[in-house]
Design a protein around this ligand. Structure first.
Ligand code: ATP
Length: 346
């Protein structure tokens, strides 16, 4: 009797620019890698700059509700130079992140063989940044009074809750158990004494439950230096929303730029779907030419599979990408060619 495979419902948001070109490649690779293990049913969402320019919609409630009912989200890229910065970031990406309570922003950084790092002696770079995604300075607490006058006052308040910190700390330690078992907390606890102290105490408490995981601490300024002087020292970096934003951009650069990194906005409780995407943007300068590199999008599909517990196909994708970059990373290829080359290795 044939075995019945689980079907996962995936929301696909190709988005703008090269997002439309690379997302189908990521889906093709995902399908091939998971063949015989899982099935996927896709619901496509027309969201992003073009939709906004066409009918003014950013993320209608009815579509958000349908996204909420899926198992995971695959996102291409959002953005268009015709739209003022911030509109789609806040109305679409941040709204999704908050509505779906995606409290972990996960950004693995690996220097693949065949990719040139801007560092002279990069060493073996393979770490993951676990950034808190719903609190800190980015949750919109604050305001302005006497705007536009010489007496203007503006505040941004960093919100840190024990609940919010503990759940992301636990995620980092669980992740470390599946990696090289080391967590580095990055903060600025010598100056941000209230939040920093709470983060440290929660890390120390949670760490007691993970005797196999070691942990240490770095101030954010020291972390930015080690990121370029000794990046191989890191395994799991755990940090808040603001520091994580800065560190992950630096991390993307040291592993050779935006083309090779993916990220996940994760609701680790499973209450709502998590979202996976390449870290680069919609690249309007090359959109429509068929030359966008789909590698980061393909890696985001591997992250999606891993999140669904499908580790084996995820690993196969990662191995195929690694081999492809090592052998052909330096060769100029079309989007389709890179996709075909990766598919051929699966
Ligand atoms: P955003 O604000 O959305 O990040 P951006 O224009 O600053 O937009 P990207 O869209 O990531 O950033 O583009 C930065 C540069 O990298 C552009 O020159 C773009 O062509 C190039 N680029 C980005 N992604 C890719 C890709 N997948 N393949 C090839 N080139 C890319």
């Amino acid at each position: 009797m044939p075995t019945i495979q689980k079907t996962y419902n995936v929301a696909v948001i190709p988005g703008d620019g090269i997002g439309k070109e690379i997302t189908p490649v990521a889906q093709q690779v995902l399908e091939r890698a998971a063949r015989g293990v899982a099935d996927f049913s896709y619901t496509y969402f027309d969201l992003g700059a073009e939709r906004y320019l066409r009918d003014g919609s950013i993320l209608p409630d009815e579509e958000l509700d349908r996204i909420k009912r899926t198992d995971a989200i695959l996102l291409g890229a959002i953005g268009d130079p015709r739209i003022k910065a911030g509109i789609l970031e806040r109305g679409l990406l941040l709204k999704l992140r908050f509505s779906l309570d995606q409290y972990v922003n996960l950004r693995p950084s690996k220097l693949f063989r065949g990719v040139e790092s801007p560092l002279k002696n990069p060493g073996d770079i393979d770490f993951a940044v676990v950034r808190e995604g719903t609190e800190g300075l980015y949750c919109g607490a604050g305001g302005a009074v006497r705007r536009g006058t010489p007496q203007e006052v503006a505040t941004e308040v960093s919100i840190n809750t024990a609940y919010g910190v503990e759940r992301v700390v636990r995620y980092a330690f669980d992740l470390a158990m599946r990696r090289r078992r080391h967590v580095t907390l990055v903060h600025k606890k010598n100056v941000l004494v209230n939040a920093g102290d709470m983060w440290q105490r929660i890390v120390d408490d949670v760490a007691k439950e993970y005797p196999d995981v070691t942990h240490d601490y770095l101030h954010i300024d020291a972390a930015t230096i080690f990121m370029v002087s000794q990046p191989s020292r890191f395994d799991v970096i755990l940090t808040d929303n603001l520091f994580g934003d800065i560190l992950t951009d630096e991390a993307g650069e040291v592993v050779g730029g935006v083309g090779y990194s993916a990220s996940g906005c994760i609701n680790a409780s499973g209450e709502y779907p998590s979202m996976f995407e390449p870290i680069h943007g919609s690249a309007p300068d090359i959109a429509g030419k068929g030359i966008a590199n789909p590698t980061a999008a393909v890696l985001s599909s591997a992250m999606l599979l891993r999140h669904l517990g499908l580790d084996e196909p995820a690993e196969r994708i990662e191995r195929a990408v690694e081999a492809d970059i090592e052998q052909s990373g330096a060769v100029q290829r079309s989007t389709k060619q890179i996709g075909d080359d990766i598919l051929a290795r699966l």
